[in-house]
Design a binder for this molecule. Structure first.
Ligand code: MN
Length: 334
């Protein structure tokens, strides 16, 4: 079941300097480095939201990290923190992460597995490299915005360990979310979208089939990868616009990338800290509740405690002075 062999005929060349996405287009998005979590913060590359391009389909947040040498370090250490209005998708290329949440789930996540956490009205979780861990940590964390009808749903956690996969000598494509070339991910989705992990063999070349109605982006997780003829650095994303039936990827050595796509997200969002809402008041309400609840015994909690975590939860940062404004999927003013 595959249409993933190389297609040497299709060699469109992207311009690295295209400022505005035509449809289909090719727009290079550069990440910024940000510390993740608390005082022992690991640095990650955040490419979504980007200054101009805030979302790709419902994908509203994309961090990638590594490959990082963590043999003698704590690695990822993110204490309990809340989420609302989104799903988190974690993807590991190397290493492992211990997930613990306020539903009582405690799972050690390995490469190739999909932990999908649906925050809905509210959840809390911690993410840590276990005490004994592999020497290299390499992966990504993504958020999917929930649409209005699902954003206040009950929280849930799914762990998928048997995802559909297209395999060829050129590499493999694992379907994380939605459908790709007839293979459907078992992960819950609330808007039309696709997510796939692409692994290229050395010298591999893959033509990945796309849904023309969707907009797409390719997030490079490796340094030497070429998307539609354009070299892309680790942590960078090529935004491809809509109207494409495939995208070509190649690499001289083993390389990894994530394909993200979906129907353009129609609703404006307020994203602040770990919350996705629709208004300033949504965010204030979530923040106030978290600040009241965390590290206390408050009954009937919105977020709930992460019971097995030893140590304090992450306090919310102070709100900005100005009211937070809902924003669309791209910023037309740049
Ligand atoms: Mn989180």
């Amino acid at each position: 079941m595959s249409n993933v062999e190389a297609d040497p005929v299709e060699q469109a060349v992207c311009s690295a300097t295209a400022a505005v996405a035509t449809e289909p287009g090719c727009e290079l998005l550069r990440p910024r480095e940000v510390p993740l979590g608390g005082p022992q913060a690991m640095r990650v590359r955040r490419v979504l939201p980007n200054r101009d391009r805030r979302m790709v389909g419902a994908w509203c947040f994309a961090d990638s990290y590594g490959p990082a040498e963590i043999a003698d370090r704590p690695g990822m250490q993110v204490p309990p923190h809340p989420h609302t209005g989104l799903q988190t998708v974690s993807w590991l290329v190397a290493g492992e992460v211990l997930h613990q949440d306020s539903l009582g789930r405690r799972e050690l996540i390995h490469p190739g597995q999909l932990p999908l956490m649906t925050a809905g009205a509210g959840i809390a979780h911690s993410e840590q490299s276990p005490q004994e861990h592999s020497p290299v940590l390499h992966g990504a964390q993504l958020w999917v915005a929930l649409p209005e009808h699902a954003r206040a749903m009950a929280p849930a956690f799914e762990l998928h360990t048997d995802l559909p996969r297209h395999q060829s000598r050129q590499g493999s494509i694992t379907v994380i979310a939605g459908e790709l070339d007839g293979a459907v991910s078992p992960a819950s989705a609330h808007t039309p979208l696709v997510g796939a992990a692409v692994s290229l063999a050395p010298g591999g070349q893959l033509a990945v089939p796309l849904t023309a109605d969707f907009e797409h982006g390719v997030l490079a997780l490796s340094a030497e990868i070429t998307v539609e003829g354009q070299p892309v650095g680790a942590g960078e994303m090529v935004y491809l616009g809509r109207g494409r039936s495939q995208v070509s990827l190649s690499a001289p050595a083993s390389a990894y990338a994530l394909l993200l796509g979906g129907a353009p997200f129609a609703e404006d969002l307020v994203m602040w800290w770990n919350f996705v809402g629709r208004s300033h008041d949504d965010i204030v309400d979530a923040r106030t509740t978290w600040e009241r609840e965390h590290d206390t015994d408050t009954p009937h909690r919105r977020f709930g405690p992460v019971v097995d975590y030893s140590g304090p939860a992450l306090p919310a940062p102070p709100l900005p002075n100005a009211r937070l404004k809902p924003r669309g999927r791209y910023n037309p003013h740049h």
